[in-house]
Design a protein around this ligand. Structure first.
Ligand code: BG6
Length: 492
């Protein structure tokens, strides 16, 4: 029985290329899906694209009244050495970021990769290693080249599998000595909820050109999900072939699984289970290697069974993920047929009367550390796989005091409460690989596209209107997390 954090526990933080790098058109990079969004929840169904009647294609069309903060973000592209030094100063032994697909294949359908993009990640991953951090690399974090959506419809099209595999093979081959821990698609269970960014899907033959996302049918979405499952399995297969000593996992947004029935009314209990299944589906397929029994009725009743080609199920069966990486921020409740939408942009729906809502309006969400222990346990019961918490954190509107210091007390409290429950989960028998705090230096919010909502241990001077010096300043939580890591989680 293990009590306390294991010796080889991975401690660190996580970011995504599109939220920190900036330099959105430098180094030969093409435009990706998030470049035409201000925030994926705020505007996920209305990307800044417009229909060109002549070419019969969507094209980027930026709104001059909006600030696309991700275009410059916090300039990690040029300042990563300084940022990684700061992370090393806290004792990180792991750091998660993503490869921006459009830096490697700017349009996504080229045959040859962009050497400048490849070189950037060579340098970045080497620097992580030099500083003693294991690179934990997400292959896709809302960064699909826009051209693949506008030209092909993204994952609604089977051709995506080949474009994806060319990209994946390229990066596996290039970084095989530097990266031994890979995640496939970030929060891919959000494909239905955020089809443009998370699902990289677009209706390229729309009946209404102003609604290219909401025009996607449920059948198209399940078909897209199936292509993603096939691509995921083939990615696992390629990874084992090219980097036999690497580990590869799926990555899911699992705050949704912690959807409690609001009452003991069997309707709430059964409804919550069905709601959870919308999210279990993804790990069921990617980790157990087969579609679950409950999916057949859903396909039949909604007339949305995807086309499954011969050999697809075999490839899925033979290539399950080796671990489950996930984000967890909050829990939700299921009441009267409706699940509370757990969202970092602000939770909506019925509130759990036993939990405190935290984080300033409008982003407020229920803080539920015990929910994380519950989640680790249900995942362990269901899959018996190692778990990797690769996102957890709290977005606050941090302000300097009169001495210029950032005293982010609640952030420390939030981490302490969650790590205490992780420790309990380990004691319960869960195999937990590590804890990567989300946004260890301030980055652009994915959901709302703001800088004001900050997660970092390091403040970065950039504002919602795009102004700021980009100066980096340690917050109080920096010393706290350093102490936690130094004691291997004993001193919380
Ligand atoms: C996760 C995403 O859902 O939540 C991240 O993988 C995101 O990209 C994080 O940044 C926090 O959400 P937000 O909207 O506060 O940035």
């Amino acid at each position: 029985m293990t009590t306390g954090f294991p010796k080889n526990f991975m401690w660190g933080g996580a970011v995504a290329a599109n939220q920190c790098e900036g330099a959105y058109l430098e180094g030969g990079k093409g435009i990706n899906a998030t470049d035409v969004l201000v925030g994926i929840i705020a505007e996920g169904t209305h990307p800044s694209i417009k229909w060109n009647e002549e070419t019969k294609r969507y094209e980027p069309c930026y709104n001059p009244d909006k600030v696309y903060l991700s275009h410059d973000a916090v300039d990690f592209y040029h300042r990563y050495k300084e940022d990684l030094e700061l992370m090393a100063g806290m004792g990180f032994n792991a750091f998660r970021t993503s490869i921006s697909w459009a830096r490697i294949f700017p349009n996504g359908d080229e045959v040859e990769p962009n050497e400048e993009g490849l070189k950037f990640y060579d340098d970045l991953f080497s620097e992580m290693r030099r500083l003693g951090m294991e690179p934990v690399i997400t292959l896709s974090h809302y960064e699909t080249p826009l051209h693949l959506l506008t030209e092909y419809g993204g994952w609604a099209n089977e051709k995506m599998i080949d474009f994806w595999l060319r990209y994946v093979e390229t990066v596996f081959t290039r970084y095989k000595d530097l990266v031994k821990c890979w995640l496939t698609f970030n929060e891919i269970n959000n494909l239905f909820r955020i089809p443009f960014a998370a699902g990289a899907m677009l209706d390229i033959n729309p009946s209404d050109v102003n609604e290219p996302i909401s025009g996607l049918t449920i059948k198209q979405k399940y078909q897209g999900a199936h292509y993603v499952f096939v691509a995921n399995a083939k990615t696992v297969e390629l990874c084992h072939k090219i980097i036999p000593d690497a580990q590869i996992g799926c990555m899911l947004s699992l705050s949704h699984i912690v959807s409690y029935p609001y009452s003991c009314n069997p309707e709430d209990v059964f409804g919550a289970m069905q709601f959870q299944r919308n999210h279990y589906l993804w790990s069921d397929v990617m980790c157990r290697g087969e579609y679950p029994a409950y999916i057949h009725r859903i396909w039949e009743e909604n007339n949305c069974k995807p086309i499954i080609k011969e050999g697809d199920l075999e490839v899925i069966k033979n290539n399950p993920c080796q671990f489950i990486a996930f984000s967890y921020y909050m829990s939700a409740v299921f009441k009267d047929g409706v699940g509370m939408a757990a969202g970092t942009g602000g939770a909506k729906g019925a509130k759990n009367p036993y939990l405190t809502m935290y984080s300033p309006e409008p982003w407020t969400w229920p803080v539920d550390p015990k929910g994380l222990r519950y989640l680790c346990n249900v995942l362990t019961d269901r899959y018996r796989l190692p778990l990797f918490i690769v996102e957890n954190g709290i977005g606050l509107d941090d302000q300097a005091n009169e001495n210029g210091e950032y005293i982010d007390t609640f952030r420390m409290e939030y981490i302490k409460m969650h790590l205490s429950e992780i420790k309990e989960a380990i004691h319960d028998g869960c195999d937990i690989m590590g804890y990567l705090y989300w946004g260890p230096f301030d980055i652009v919010s994915a959901g709302t596209g703001e800088m004001k909502k900050r997660y970092g241990f390091v403040h970065i001077d950039r504002n919602n209107d795009g102004t700021g010096t980009l100066k980096r300043t340690k917050k109080k939580s920096y010393e706290y997390y350093k102490k936690v890591i130094a004691s291997n989680g004993e001193d919380l």
